[in-house]
Design a protein around this ligand. Structure first.
Ligand SMILES: [Zn+2]
Length: 176
């Protein structure tokens, strides 16, 4: 079984208390809430996991995520992650989303810049579809489920090597 640091995603020894690569306090991970774990997962090296974290933060209209979203739009090289951030911004009130969307209109990726311009027009036109779903509260932190020394306690074992998200347990890192 491999263990990964939830801070930098380096492979670490099972008995580690602190990540030898980035110094992440692994015991403190248990004390993090779901939103903070999602914020860490926006740095996941696997794009799909990173995008899923962005998506869930957007669905929950996380205010904490806005600074990280701005950071991704300014510095992330992968245009698909940037597009996911723009899509996530659709969930926020237009006055919150627009400054970030406008900044992305000068993005080095033409795909991202074009989508940002379309999204600005869409946000300015106001809601066209059904009203957005009510804001989902963050579930309380579940202790003893996540982290490098924990094992999955769900009935069905999820595939190994993925960051797994469940409503009950939040984000869990499963390794093979
Ligand atoms: Zn680390």
């Amino acid at each position: 079984m491999n263990h990964f640091c939830p801070g930098c995603f380096a492979e670490i020894p099972a008995e580690a208390v602190r990540c030898p690569v980035c110094g992440f306090d692994l015991a403190a991970y248990d004390g993090l809430d779901f939103e903070e774990r999602l914020l860490l997962a926006t740095r996941h090296p696997i794009r799909e996991h990173q995008m899923m974290a962005v998506q869930v933060l957007g669905q929950r209209r996380s205010r904490l995520a806005l600074a990280r979203f701005a950071d991704i739009l300014a510095n992330e090289r992968d245009p698909y992650v940037c597009l996911e951030v723009l899509r996530a911004l659709r969930n926020y009130p237009p006055d919150v989303a627009l400054p970030l969307v406008r900044a992305a209109e000068g993005h080095r990726s033409r795909l991202v810049a074009r989508f940002a311009r379309e999204l600005e027009a869409e946000l300015r036109a106001g809601p066209t579809g059904p009203p957005p779903a009510p804001e989902l509260p963050f579930p309380p932190p579940v202790r003893g489920v996540c982290g490098p020394e924990r094992t999955m306690n769900a009935r069905a074992a999820p595939p190994a090597g993925v960051l797994w998200h469940t409503e009950q347990n939040g984000l869990v890192f499963v390794s093979g």
